[in-house]
Write a protein that binds this ligand. Structure first.
Ligand code: ATP
Length: 307
């Protein structure tokens, strides 16, 4: 079915805040923020601002950025407009699309860094980032490919996007939320995510014990187990995404039960811990070799001077 410039499909994603694995305090504060927003008509009128709120969701793959958007939509009973920027051909078309959205809706632009040249040529590598997560590497390759395509086709520009967002706000009568998601927040253009445009920056992080408990309840319907203590410790010592934890908790055959799944999770976490330790060791070795090289070079130079 088509509605204006948008195609519509019924939204029936089952994710809710109850099933979202996240630190409970953080979850509560997001829910509070949303409730305050929905009740804010008079407040926004009073301060002379459009009734809107921008959320930036950032974090590694599989930490629940798409899931939380569904939870927000279900919580507020809002429609979701999923905007694929790379298929928008011009700034004008983008503006039209934005203005075609209804009140009580969430406009989502996922992987914002893949859509536009907002981030410089390549994601800056952090100094201590010797080796990257494989998943992150794959994501980055995809991002560069998509962005190259977008650039070649010369469609939407950063200023076009900023105009469309600001236009959306000034023209809209009812309440609207816009959400950007990204894996690489550090390299986004500050203009795009400044407060006022993206009011609430939410970091989606690796799975820790509180988040694990929600997943165990969802997937295995349990609230405690002998292995919980060990899992808590291992989750602190590793960085596993909720998506990967959830994968371990899925019952894959009739013989599977909570015990089997939790044991499998412990094994995966142990494996992750081993990989992490090996990575650290390689990093340390490389650093020591570099130091040694520097020392040698310094020695040669000093010797050279003496001669
Ligand atoms: N915080 C979470 N709570 C509950 N389930 C989660 C969470 N994070 C991930 N999952 C599970 O993992 C799957 C993938 O997660 P999701 O697509 O939301 O991650 P993402 O952060 O958007 O990933 P990407 O950056 O790759 O788009 C979900 O369908 C869900 O089943």
């Amino acid at each position: 079915m088509r509605e204006g410039r948008w195609s519509t499909v019924p939204f029936n994603h089952p994710a809710t805040f109850e099933t979202l694995a996240m630190d409970p305090e953080k979850k509560e504060s997001i829910k509070k923020d949303l409730i305050k927003f929905t009740k804010g008509k008079d407040y926004y009128n009073k301060i002379g601002k459009a009734w809107k709120r921008g959320y930036l969701l950032y974090g590694p793959p599989g930490t629940g950025k798409s899931t939380i958007i569904s939870a927000m939509a279900n919580f507020l009973n809002y429609d979701v407009y999923d905007l694929e920027l790379t298929s928008v051909r011009s700034n004008l078309e983008l503006k039209g699309l934005m203005l075609d959205t209804k009140a009580k809706s969430i406009v989502v632009i996922e992987d914002i860094d893949c859509s536009l040249d907002l981030t410089g040529q390549r994601r800056k590598k952090k100094d201590d980032e010797e080796e990257e997560d494989d998943e992150l590497k794959k994501k980055e390759a995809e991002m560069l490919l998509k962005r190259e395509k977008a650039l070649r086709e010369d469609n939407v520009t950063l200023s076009g996007l900023l105009n469309a967002i600001d236009g959306l706000w000034s023209a809209c009568s009812g309440e609207k939320i816009i959400v950007f998601t990204t894996n690489f927040v550090d390299n986004l253009d500050p203009a795009l995510i400044r407060r006022g445009r993206m009011d609430n920056h939410i970091e989606m992080s690796y799975c820790r014990f509180e988040a694990f408990k929600v997943l165990a309840k969802n997937y295995l319907d349990i609230e405690s187990h002998d292995l919980y203590g060990e899992i808590e410790r291992l989750l602190e010592e590793t960085d596993m995404s909720p998506a990967d934890v959830a994968e371990n908790l899925m019952l894959k055959s009739d013989e599977d039960n909570a015990n089997v799944c939790l044991k499998q999770l412990v094994e995966s976490l142990e494996e992750e811990k081993k990989k992490k330790a090996e990575k650290e060791a390689r990093k340390k070795k490389k650093k020591a070799e570099e130091e040694e090289k520097k020392e040698k070079l310094k020695g040669t130079k000093e010797n050279g001077k003496e001669i």
